[in-house]
Design a protein around this ligand. Structure first.
Ligand SMILES: [Zn+2]
Length: 64
């Protein structure tokens, strides 16, 4: 798996546990919470990720 870069400094970010709000949000928008390992940067937030086509359990094919 590839790690997305920090939107502020470009450093590879670390994935952290999501908050409850992120869980609710992820029901609509697939997001994951990340944190920048750089102490001086300190960025933390959610980034969207591409839904894995093998894991789309709650999506329906339209017009099939
Ligand atoms: Zn950063």
């Amino acid at each position: 798996m590839s790690t997305p870069p920090c939107p502020l400094c470009g450093e590879p970010v670390q994935r952290i546990h999501r908050h409850l709000f992120d869980r609710l949000l992820s029901l609509v928008h697939p997001v994951r919470r990340y944190r920048c390992p750089r102490f001086r940067c300190g960025w933390e937030g959610t980034l969207r990720y591409r839904a894995d086509p093998n894991e789309r359990a709650d999506t329906r094919d339209l017009g099939g």
